[in-house]
Design a protein around this ligand. Structure first.
Ligand code: ZN
Length: 147
């Protein structure tokens, strides 16, 4: 089931944003999921409940999503039409050459966070020892010029 990796990707995207915003915790994450992604809602919920506990910021976070129904454009006649996940054929000319316009998205629409309001304007002096983005100078490659 690919829900685990989808949820993992969502958390990877949400957590840095929440930290940057100084969030005390993330309350809710809202997604848009196209039907073509073929997400099983129960499996998504299960993956979410497993993985959200891995960080205290999201441990009580709710996941909500809206479904996006597939829509395509016929390459022969230009007709745009909604269709099911499996049946993609132009209703006007019967053409099967189509381009998907929507229905394959997996987007984070918004996240709702709770900030610690007991310390208004608290300086974010709580770095945890991670030095941001200073790559170690790479030693010059030592080519063996002998042979
Ligand atoms: Zn057509």
């Amino acid at each position: 089931m690919h829900e685990m990796s989808l949820v993992s990707g969502v958390l990877d995207a949400v957590l840095p944003v929440a930290r940057d915003a100084g969030a005390a915790r993330v309350c809710q994450v809202n997604l848009r999921i196209g039907d073509m992604v073929e997400v099983v809602p129960d499996a998504l919920d299960f993956a979410w409940e497993c993985l959200r506990d891995e960080d205290p910021l999201t441990a009580e976070c709710e996941l909500s999503f809206t479904e996006v129904h597939p829509r395509s454009r016929c390459l022969a006649c230009g007709e745009e039409f909604d269709h099911s996940r499996f049946h993609v054929r132009c209703p006007r000319c019967g053409g099967a050459e189509t381009r998907l316009l929507q229905g394959r998205e997996f987007d984070i629409v918004s996240i709702e966070v709770e900030t610690p309001d007991d310390e208004p304007g608290a300086p974010d002096a709580t770095h945890d020892g991670v030095d941001p983005a200073i790559p170690a100078a790479a030693p010059p490659a030592s080519h063996d010029t002998g042979r």
